[in-house]
Design a protein around this ligand. Sequence first.
Ligand code: AMP
Length: 544
Amino acid sequence: MAQLSHVKGTTDVPLSDTTVYGLLAATAERYPDRPAIVFREQRVRWNWREFAAEVDALAAGLGALGLRKGERVGIWSPNRAEWVVTQFATAKLGLILVNINPAYRLHELEYALRLAGCRAIVSAEKLRTSDYLAMLQKVRAALPGLEFVIRMGDARSEGMVNYDDVLAHGRARPPAPEARLDRHDPINIQFTSGTTGAPKGATLTHHNIVNNARFIALAMRFSERDSLCVPVPLYHCFGMVLAVLAAVSTGAALVFPGEVFDAGAALAAVHDERCTALHGVPTMFIAELDHPEFARFDLACLRTGIMAGAPCPIETMKRVISQMHMSEVTIAYGMTETSPVSFQSSTDDPLEKRVSTVGRIQPHLEVKIVDANGRTVPVGEKGELCTKGYSVMQGYWNDEPRTREAVRDGWMFTGDLATLDADGYCNIVGRVKDMLIRGGENVYPREIEEFLFRHPKVQSVQVFGVPDARYGEEVCAWVVLKPGQQSSADEIREFCRDQIAHYKVPRYIRFVDEMPMTITGKVQKFVMLEKMIEELKLVEAKTA
Ligand code: AMP
């Protein structure tokens, strides 16, 4: 009988019952004087003792406001020191931290705060042109449950509490004891990126994220001698779990180059702080590698880090290894609902597997690949990836129907299309929905993207299907060229000729300056599709 696509992660390392705050307390006790956290833009530098003291003060201050275990506290800010302090202070009190996307605007903000039923929110003053405090004032009238707006910054605002005052108040009080917590208590609500549809609040427990972070750190061989540069956003699991919790679980230092991603700032942070690890979505690594002053930075200190969040092009992986010296870089695959990582490559894997797959399953987890009828497919065959185990979220906050749809018999149906090979290496080949059918032939955009990415002038490429009267759907590619390059649709098509099946060759090719993206680096294909439909309609109207 054919081997089935079903794997379980084995290990000698047991799951931990530690809480989120427990992770910090242990590290602060073990390495009190070692560097803990650097926020370069804010000129903040703490060792673990100082950081833990800051967390304890904020926890005491939040407790003094009357906030209690189980209540929800939003955090709305780009990468700032207050974010991580709030993360652990709320965890200590058993408050459920609600991560609000820094890119949210009024409608989304109100939606998220209402869905989670936040009693308080810790907010930055602003980000770029977004005046957070003015937006909060606007939505407040419609959210009577939102009692406290705790604002960062020096100024005072009518009807708001100042973050520094809460901190100062907390410092003057005896430290609040850690709340009586169960490892299965929810501790965090993260809104899933929602490249389509209304955001859902994935509810995660201490057990979910603490353990995921521990195994992520293990895969990178993290220790207190490491120092991780974090250009990814904190509000996303990439920042708060793969970076912050993974570092805190081992004593590795965290270096934040700035409030938002900037390739030059990330490279400078690695150079100046001698970081040994760097995280990023593929787009970030591409921007760093193509930075005009790339050669000026000494990156020889780098060893490891994670590329994740979107398909990781093989060429980019190879450049990260050879040009950024990240010989032990790992690829991770996961989703918010699974805390997030379920596959991660290991430094022991052969190079070819490390650059072309998302590695093997994480310990204690179980994955199967199923067909449309829920039957596990033989190895090598495509199907939907389903994850089971300690990492699966408690559910979507206040959304039983959508939870039941996503998690069946303990299996999280990821919506990702994947294959497993006989050795358990996984390949993400697209989304279940990310498939188009042209004239009866199934086309997987990911495959064409990988191919076009090999073109020497192409910096990034996205492929998707557009409606077509004759074939049902046609293949469309959006291409960003490398700086200074010029090309044409014919040149790109010529590159495909004889190399890939004719039905995969894009009928429509558009050159753009950048792809529409979510803040976490997820390309919004639906935006491109809308634009193409508009454009094609105009052409139709003109020729009619
Ligand atoms: P999020 O919940 O925002 O973390 O998004 C999760 C989704 O990102 C997954 O369902 C995948 O579609 C995609 N994703 C994450 N990591 C990878 C990866 N290494 N390769 C391909 N897709 C990925």
